[in-house]
Design a protein around this ligand. Structure first.
Ligand code: ADP
Ligand code: MG
Length: 734
């Protein structure tokens, strides 16, 4: 059970920090509580019962101190039945609310803990009352709950007193004013009297900072070493002669932006260098990454090497293939360019593999099939991959080259606007180029909010645009609005959006790969769910009602891949006027003739997702529109997201805002981004410490006279090895 939670050693347990603290030094007495405040109360259970209301089961408990009473309510909490008995002492922590029925106050869904009674041992009582008490996330089952952890960790720390090995040099700690490891561990679990509760809750005590720094330092040190190792490997030194430059000039259909020039300059400098390139090209939707990549691929091809471009879907691969072929037709040279995807028939795959293997194909565009189909390149010089592939590919692209040949350069592309500071630290093993400028001549997309009652006007507008020979997308948050439907989005709960008094409900979705940016909101009240319009239902309504006579298509994640391809191709060819869809259309499709993006229930989508959706229009010369239709209730964070969408089109600005609006940990769903799981650090909260750790790691690795004694340095390296093997195995990249 413990190992499922990543707890395998005593050390893991020590690094499983409390997720909050309760001030039981001075619990509040009931007569001083005021509505609206969040308080900690210790009181006696008077009575408790499970009530079955029409909507949902309700658990009610009354606690008291003398004459005074406090009512506590939990929704859907059948699991609490039988848990409390009159006379028990319980610690409660939550927001105090006025109660309608009586003069008493109440707490809705407070955190609670039954306190030990005289039958419990003295140690337990000592650990839980009269001090700042740590509260742990349960490691599973009641036996592994907070109380158990408090005791075990306390005993562990006692038994290790004075022997917890330090893993950072003393000199560094002194310079950064951070406490030692053992002291830090002790203080996060057993905060000494007088520790600021605010700092504790924010993980900002010196003890917390020390442990967070430690974790980030070893991440950054590992990344730093990988980079240095990469610099020592032999790659291909491409030449950029006049002939190469001329080849590029021939195909370029427009003047590159300053940002594109800068990025290409950085990429080409790497390619000329003797070690293999590992570079990330980051740029908002529509910033023109493709042409930059194509120029880099031309450099490789003109040097007599092959280049490969790997796209995340067949639609995108095909789109890239067609676009590249069109561009390369402008060249006086004859390049052979092939497409390899999983859906080709076997004969075709075989002959394509042959062309690649014999070096007759110079430019190869494909999907993951490039790896899966055991393609062996004759002389592979450059691989361009989409970020979604990164972690799967970096280890495996070696399979694509012949064994005795030099290591190809790799360019990773991402449209995820990751704030620059974060990107630089996170992709510590990649160099980063940023396209922070859109090509000229784009008319800004007109973005409008429209309340649901006025949807009729939106449909009229869609009809008008279609009459002008344009196309439109209409996006819904779910596939089908019926009972057992699962949301198409990987909603994560945003408590601020929950209707008052409704219990949070987690929508864990199985089967489908999680998205990098989950939408921020899950509707919390199951009753509200029927009010949610769905793609399937609205497809029927629209094509028989307001959009009758138009060619309306339906696209969602539950169609099989072939059906999806067909629909998408028909939309691309203009055979469908209006595509009713879910967020499956979010990534990368380029239909320049589409000028309208309508999003219904827009308040339920995450900011990054809205931005990606909007990026589907405004790709052609015609003026484009993004219409955000909202439901009746929009939460304050929802308001902020919608206002931001109307205010700006700058993906980086929106990403920054997204970061600040989201709760920690939600900006990056760590797993899917291929990021390591952190034990104590949190990338959003700890950005400054991340920067510091990065500097310190570079300093430690590069300093000709490194800090610390020889023994200390040896411990740093030993610790690094362990940390990387155990925790960051994921990042092991070619
Ligand atoms: P991204 O992949 O970064 O989302 P694309 O590479 O698809 O963006 O480029 C978006 C559109 O902008 C494409 O139609 C492309 O041809 C065009 N484009 C790219 N660079 C320029 C430029 N410098 N000037 C004019 N148009 C450009
Ligand atoms: Mg090179």
């Amino acid at each position: 059970m413990l190992s499922a939670k990543g707890i395998q050693t005593a050390e893991d347990l020590l690094y499983h920090l409390p997720f909050r603290y309760e001030d039981r030094q001075n619990p509040r007495s009931l007569d001083e509580l005021k509505p609206g405040e969040t308080a900690s109360v210790i009181a006696e259970v008077r009575g408790a019962a499970l009530l079955r209301t029409r909507k949902m089961p309700l658990f009610e408990m009354t606690v008291g101190q003398g004459r005074l009473a406090l009512k506590c309510i939990w929704f859907n909490a059948t699991y609490l039945q039988g848990k409390f008995h009159a006379g028990q002492t319980v610690a409660l922590f939550g927001k105090v609310e006025p109660s309608r029925s009586s003069s008493n106050l109440k707490m809705i869904q407070p955190q609670f803990e039954l306190l030990p009674d005289s039958s419990d041992d003295a140690e337990t009582r000592l650990l839980e009352v009269g001090r700042i008490t740590p509260v742990y996330e349960s490691l599973g089952g009641s036996r592994l709950a907070s109380r158990w952890q408090r005791k075990v960790i306390f005993n562990l720390l006692e038994s290790m007193r004075g022997t917890v090995p330090e893993c950072l040099p003393q000199a560094m700690l002194a310079r950064l004013d951070l406490p030692g490891r053992e002291a830090a561990l002790r203080e996060v679990h057993y905060p000494p009297e007088g520790t600021s509760l605010t700092q504790l809750q924010a993980s900002a005590t010196p003890a917390h900072r020390r442990l967070i720094f430690e974790e980030l330092f070893f991440l950054e040190l590992g990344l730093e070493l990988k980079r240095r190792r990469m610099r020592q490997r032999t790659g291909i030194g491409f030449a950029t002669t006049d002939k190469v430059r001329e080849a590029i000039r021939e195909v370029l259909p427009f003047h590159p932006t300053a940002a594109q020039k800068r990025a290409l300059g950085e990429i080409v400098a790497d390619m000329r260098g003797p070690s293999p390139m590992r570079r990330l090209l980051q740029g908002d939707v529509g910033s023109g990454k493709t042409i930059v990549a194509l120029q880099a691929m031309l450099v490789a091809m003109e040097n007599g090497y092959q280049a490969a471009l790997m796209a995340p879907t067949e639609i995108l691969a095909t789109q890239h293939f067609l676009a590249a072929r069109k561009l390369l037709e402008r060249s006086s040279r004859r390049y052979r360019i092939v497409l390899l995807t999983g859906s080709l028939d076997e004969d075709r795959k075989r002959s394509t593999r042959g062309l690649i293997n014999r070096g007759e194909a110079q430019l190869v565009i494909g999907t993951h099939a490039l790896i899966e189909e055991k393609v062996e390149f004759d002389r592979l010089g450059l691989v361009v991959v989409d970020e979604q592939h990164r972690f799967g590919v970096l280890q495996r692209f070696k399979l694509m080259k012949k064994p005795h040949q030099a290591e190809p350069d790799v360019l990773v592309m991402t449209a995820t606007p990751i704030p620059r500071t974060l990107a630089l630290s996170l992709y510590g093993d990649l160099d980063v180029s940023v396209l922070d400028q859109l090509p000229p001549g784009r008319t800004p997309i007109v973005t409008r909010r429209v309340p649901g009652e006025r949807a009729g006007e939106v449909w009229d507008f869609v009809r008008k645009e279609v009459a002008r020979k344009h196309q439109a997308y209409i996006v819904y948050p779910v596939i089908e609005g019926t009972k057992d439907d699962e949301p198409e989005l990987d909603f994560s709960h945003d408590p601020a959006d929950a209707p008052a008094e409704a219990p949070p409900r987690k929508a864990a979705r199985k089967g489908k790969a999680p998205e990098l940016f989950p939408a921020a909101v899950q509707e919390a009240n199951p009753a509200a769910k029927s009010g949610l319009k769905s793609a399937v239902e609205m497809y029927e309504k629209l094509r028989t009602g307001p959009l009758a006579g138009l060619r309306v298509g339906l696209l969602h994640g539950r169609l099989d891949p072939d059906e999806k391809e067909v629909i998408m191709h028909r939309f691309q060819r203009g055979e469908i006027d209006v595509l009713v869809a879910t967020t499956v259309i979010e990534v990368g499709v380029d239909v320049p003739n589409a000028t309208v993006m309508v999003v219904e229930h827009a308040e339920r989508f995450g900011l990054a997702q809205l931005h990606q959706l909007r990026g589907r229009v405004g790709r052609g010369a015609a003026k484009s529109y993004c219409i955000l239709i909202t439901g009746p209730r929009v939460s304050p964070p929802g308001e902020e997201r919608l206002n931001a969408m109307v205010r700006t089109q700058d993906g980086f600005e929106l990403a920054e805002l997204d970061l600040s609006l989201r709760g920690p940990g939600e900006f990056f769903g760590t797993r899917q981004a291929g990021l390591p799981d952190f034990r104590v650090a949190n990338l959003l909260r700890d950005r400054q410490l991340l920067e510091l750790a990065k500097q310190e790691a570079a300093h430690f690795a590069n300093n000709p006279a490194p800090e610390g004694t020889e023994a200390e340095r040896a411990r740093v390296w030993a610790r690094l090895k362990m940390a990387w093997q155990r925790r960051y195995g994921l990042l092991e990249a070619g």
